[in-house]
Design a protein around this ligand. Structure first.
Ligand code: 5RP
Length: 226
C-alpha cells in the first residue's frame, strides 16, 4: 500500500454512518472515495456524498455512492481532500487542477476538514514548490493581473494543454499562476488576493483544515501546528 492510500484509509476512520461527506479531487482523494465505497459495500456504512469536481462525482457514482448536488447543501459533516503544499501552520495550497472553487466551498462548509497527503507535500511556506493558482473572471484577467502585480505577483495566464489557448477551470474561469515574495506570509497573501477585484477564488486554503494527516514511509501522523 502506498502512502497516499494509507493516509486516505486513516481519514476514513473519521467517517460515521449518517454523515454527509464532501469528496475531494485528486489521487489521494480517490483512495478515500474507494474506501468509502468499500465500507458501504462490506460493512453497511450509510453516507451521502457531495463532490468537489465532476471527475470525483463520476468516480463516486460508478462506485454506487449516493451523491447530492452542491447547490442543495448548506453544510456538510466531513470533507476529505489532498493538497499540493502544506505548511506547519496547516495552510494548504490547492487547485493544481481546475476545481478549487468547489473545493474551497466544501472545505469551508465542513464541520471537519481533514487534509490528507504524503510527506512530499510538506513545505515551510506557501508557494515554495508551486505557483499560486488564482482563478479570475475571463474578461477581468488583465485588470486582476495588474492588481496582483501591484502586490508583487509575477506570473501569467495558464495555457491550455495544447498550448493554443488558455486553461478554463470547471467554474469557467481563467487561471493566473503567480509567484509572490516568500516573505509575504499566508495570512497577508490570502487577504490581499481575496481583496483583488476580478478574482473568483485562489488556491491558498488559510485556516480551513482542522486536521492534517501525513503519511511518511508507511506511517501516518497528525500534523500539529506550532
Ligand atoms: C486538486 C487538488 C489536489 O487535492 C492536489 O493537487 C493533490 O493531488 P494528489 O492527491 O493527486 O497528489 O488540490 O485541485
Amino acid at each position: 500500500m502506498n502512502d497516499k492510500q494509507l493516509v486516505a484509509l486513516q481519514a476514513a476512520k473519521y467517517v460515521k454512518s449518517g454523515m454527509l461527506i464532501g469528496l475531494g479531487t485528486g489521487s489521494t482523494a480517490n483512495y478515500f472515495i474507494a474506501e468509502l465505497a468499500r465500507l458501504q459495500r462490506d460493512e453497511g456504512l450509510k453516507v451521502t456524498t457531495v463532490a468537489s469536481s465532476t471527475i470525483s462525482g463520476q468516480n463516486a457514482q460508478s462506485l454506487n455512492l449516493p451523491i447530492v448536488a452542491l447547490e442543495h447543501i448548506s453544510s456538510i459533516d466531513l470533507y476529505v481532500d489532498g493538497a499540493d503544499e502544506i505548511t506547519p501552520e496547516k495552510t494548504l495550497l490547492k487547485g493544481r487542477g481546475s476545481d478549487l472553487v468547489k473545493e474551497k466551498l466544501l472545505a469551508k462548509a465542513a464541520k471537519q476538514f481533514i487534509a490528507v497527503a504524503d510527506a512530499s507535500k510538506l513545505v515551510s511556506h506557501i508557494g515554495q514548490n508551486f505557483v499560486i493558482p488564482i482563478e479570475v473572471i475571463p474578461f477581468a484577467w488583465q485588470l486582476a493581473k495588474a492588481s496582483l502585480e501591484d502586490i508583487g505577483g509575477v506570473g501569467d495566464l495558464r495555457p491550455n494543454a495544447a498550448n493554443d489557448g488558455f486553461w478554463i477551470t470547471s467554474h469557467g474561469s481563467y487561471v493566473l499562476d503567480m509567484k509572490f515574495d516568500k516573505n509575504l506570509d499566508a495570512s497577508a497573501l490570502n487577504s490581499l488576493i481575496n481583496n483583488t477585484p476580478g478574482v473568483v477564488e485562489h488556491g491558498i486554503f488559510y485556516q480551513l483544515a482542522d486536521i492534517v494527516l501525513i503519511a511518511d514511509n508507511g506511517a501516518v501522523s497528525e500534523l500539529s501546528a506550532y
